[in-house]
Ligand binder design. Structure first.
Ligand SMILES: [Zn+2]
Length: 70
């Protein structure tokens, strides 16, 4: 069975559907992945990727900076 893929190409069962932009691991059909800002990220790399993307929103609870809460 072939499934549609972007840009009109197809992939076969067992063939990688994408490659993780962070670790170059192949991502197969049915596996979870995230696509954000042009990057495809595998499940293994997602925690690191999410930390980097959300870094501007990081706060330290109980700190003394103006940006900190409580
Ligand atoms: Zn990865």
């Amino acid at each position: 069975m072939r499934i549609p893929r972007r840009k009109g190409t197809c992939i076969k069962d067992g063939e990688a559907a994408a490659t993780c932009c962070l670790c170059a691991q192949e991502i197969y059909r049915g596996e979870r992945a995230w696509y954000c800002r042009g990057l495809t990220v595998c499940e293994d790399c997602f925690p690191r990727f999410a930390r980097q993307e959300l870094y501007p929103y990081e706060i330290t609870m109980g700190g003394n900076d103006d940006n900190d809460l409580i």
